[in-house]
Structures are given as C-alpha cells and as structure tokens.
Design a protein around this ligand. Structure first.
Ligand SMILES: Nc1ncnc2c1ncn2[C@@H]1O[C@H](COP(=O)(O)OP(=O)(O)OP(=O)(O)O)[C@@H](O)[C@H]1O
Length: 237
C-alpha cells in the first residue's frame, strides 16, 4: 500500500503561539488511524492543516500527491466542512448542496448511510440534537469518494447506542483503500477498530505506531494513551 498522507516538518503557530511542532508522519492507504490527545492538544488543528483549511504553516503536507491547500481540499473529506451551512437549512437541502459542490459525492451511498443511521431528511439543522447532527455530518463526510477522510471527534456528546451504530457504519462502509483519521479523547470508543495510533501531547506527535504493537504489550490502547500522558512510556514513537 502506498502513502496517502505525508507530513514533513510541520510547525503551526496561531497568534505567535506554537500549536503543533515539527510533526512528521506518513499514513498508508487503507488504514484507520486514531488521532488521540487531551483537550486542546491540537487534533482539530492538525486536521485543519491536512484538509487545507489552515494554510499558513511551516513544512509540507501531501495528500495523495496534492500539496497545495486548495488541491488538498478537493481530495480530503473533513467533517468540519459542514461548518458554514446556515442552521435553518433542512437536511435534504444540505445533501443537495453537497451533491452540487462535490463532484465525488455519492448520493446513493449517502442514502444508504442515512437509512442506517436513521437520519431525518426533513429536519432543519437547528432542530437536530447534537448526536443527530453528528450523524448527518458523518453520513455527508463518508458519502464523498476521496482517498482520505478526517472525522473530528465523531463521538463527542453522543449516547453509547449511537456511538456503536457509527462505529458499525464505519466498519461496513469502509472501502479497502480508504484511509480514515478519527480524532478522539474517549479512546475506548474506537480502540478496537484502529490500525495505527497517533498521540499528540505538548504540541508534539509523541506516538505513531501500529495499534497491534500496543495490543501485543498486553495493554489496552486506552491504558497506553493514559501512560503516555502520565509520562510512563519511554519506548519512543
Ligand atoms: N483561533 C484560535 N486562536 C488561538 N488559539 C487557538 C485557536 N484555535 C485553537 N487554538 C489553540 O490551539 C490549541 C489546539 O486546539 P485544538 O482545537 O486543535 O485542540 P484539540 O486537540 O482538537 O482539542 P479538543 O479535544 O478540546 O477539541 C489549543 O491550545 C487552542 O487553545
């Protein structure tokens, strides 16, 4: 499998404050990557940089050969892309807009996901609960046909049944060569489906390793993550 994502020497500052420092990583296509970190660690910022919506940084980011931010926007499906949509819009209209904006949007795939996730197509975004809004965002994000999907905290604030349903959706939907980066601070939710674990701590990417290497130590990924944050891991990246 080839690399779908390559990041070299990425440093990102906001208002002169370092948010991400000298990040280097490569992600092979077909992987499910858990991007883990405490609140404020920089997970969303890293996704914004990868997706091309935070264009001013030092270093290089390449997604499937696309290097310029505007090129990357076209080849990455990022769950934050729904952000600018007026909240009075009905779900069906949002879906139609996405189909118009993104040539890679697969309407029949969206319909399948919407049925499985029980999405109300007639509701206005403003009337959706947090969990139901997450479902819409996930279905929209996964219905694009791209090489790289970035799901930012898809389980934040939603109930355990819905979490399980979303995880089942991801497993059922995932094409062989699609690559998913999922950020989370409740590691337990996604631990079982991860191929790779990345941990951001103190502006740095301190862990980038196969999930099986962690499992082989007898520790759960959650325990490993907690150890990293407690400073108990000394085995490097
Ligand atoms: N617009 C901004 N201006 C200045 N600093 C910002 C801005 N947005 C984010 N930051 C800072 O960047 C850092 C990383 O934030 P980010 O949202 O990427 O973290 P996160 O890991 O996604 O956190 P969470 O899990 O809480 O969502 C934080 O210290 C935050 O305060």
């Amino acid at each position: 499998m080839s690399n779908v994502l390559s990041i070299r020497g990425l440093t990102y500052k906001r208002n002169f404050k370092v948010i991400l420092r000298d990040i280097n990583c490569h992600v092979e296509s077909g992987q499910i990557v858990g991007l883990l970190g405490a609140n404020g660690a920089g997970k969303t910022t890293l996704m914004r940089v990868i997706a091309g919506s935070a264009p001013h940084f030092v270093g290089s980011v390449s997604v499937d050969g696309a290097v310029q931010p505007v090129e990357r926007k076209a080849v990455v499906s990022f769950s934050e892309q729904i952000g600018g949509t007026p909240i009075s819009t009905r779900t069906a209209k949002v879906v139609q807009d996405w189909a118009d904006w993104y040539p890679d949007f697969d309407r029949s795939k969206f319909d399948e996901l919407a049925q499985f996730l029980d999405i109300d197509m007639h509701a206005r975004l403003s009337s959706l609960s947090k969990g139901n809004m997450k479902k819409v965002v996930i279905a929209l994000s996964l219905a694009r046909r791209v090489k790289l999907y970035l799901l930012d905290e898809p389980f934040d604030g939603i109930d355990s049944m819905t979490r399980k349903k979303i995880i089942a959706t991801i497993i059922q939907w995932k094409p062989y060569d699609a690559t998913l980066v999922i950020s989370d601070h409740h590691v337990g939710d996604i631990a079982n489906i991860l191929d790779t674990v990345m941990i951001i701590k103190g502006h740095d990417l301190v862990t980038d390793k196969p999930a099986d290497d962690i499992r082989a130590t007898g520790k759960s990924i959650e325990e490993y993550f907690e150890d990293v944050y407690a400073g108990r891991n000394t085995d490097g990246k």
